[in-house]
Design a protein around this ligand. Structure first.
Ligand SMILES: [Fe+2]
Length: 184
């Protein structure tokens, strides 16, 4: 079931945030991702995702997306406002961009820095649809699909470790924010 939090357009300017990201290069991410497999967190929570990327998605050239980070690529204040809006203290967040013809395959986000909060059930993860609705740009969260979502619509993940994916078979770039916070 979708867990709709509200529309955050009242507290952040989605178009201005997209424009800020368009002014900078951001971090391009391609499959296969580079990771230290000796890292304990890889073994604990990322192995399933990376195994998929190295098998099913090996040599798949349509896996490509960009990340933009607060304080580096856009104003940290936006994250602070989102924290108030969602009722959490902000932790990590990023804007992701998927251009037409590309996808972000099935994966779980890496939460390794927040393991204690996760185990205490205090960690929450949200997705915020930044772009205006456009044909072919979608997002899947477990058994729910989000398509033609109103700009600013904000949903909570069923679990911070939920499986999800994004795709863009339309004509315009798709931007969203993945936002993590904790319950004080
Ligand atoms: Fe993700």
């Amino acid at each position: 079931m979708k867990n709709f939090i509200g529309n955050c357009s009242s507290v952040i300017d989605c178009e201005a945030l997209i424009a800020a990201c368009e002014l900078v290069e951001g971090n391009t991410i391609l499959a296969p991702l580079e990771i230290n497999k000796d890292d304990v967190f890889y073994k604990e929570e990322s192995k399933e995702t990376f195994d998929l990327l190295e098998t099913v998605y090996k040599n798949v050239t349509s896996v490509k997306f960009k990340h933009y980070y607060p304080g580096q690529h856009f104003d940290q204040k936006i994250v602070d406002e989102l924290g108030k809006f969602c009722g959490v203290e902000p932790l990590g967040s990023f804007v992701s961009k998927v251009e037409p013809g590309f996808c972000v395959p099935l994966h779980k986000d890496i939460m390794n820095n927040y393991k204690d909060l996760y185990l205490k059930n205090k960690l929450q993860r949200f997705v915020i649809f930044l772009s205006k609705p456009s044909f072919g740009a979608g997002f899947i969260l477990e058994d729910e699909i989000f398509y033609l979502e109103e700009q600013g619509n904000t949903y909570k993940f069923p679990d911070p470790h939920s499986w999800h994916a994004g795709f863009n078979v339309g004509t315009k770039s798709k931007h969203l924010i993945t936002f993590t916070g904790f319950l004080p």
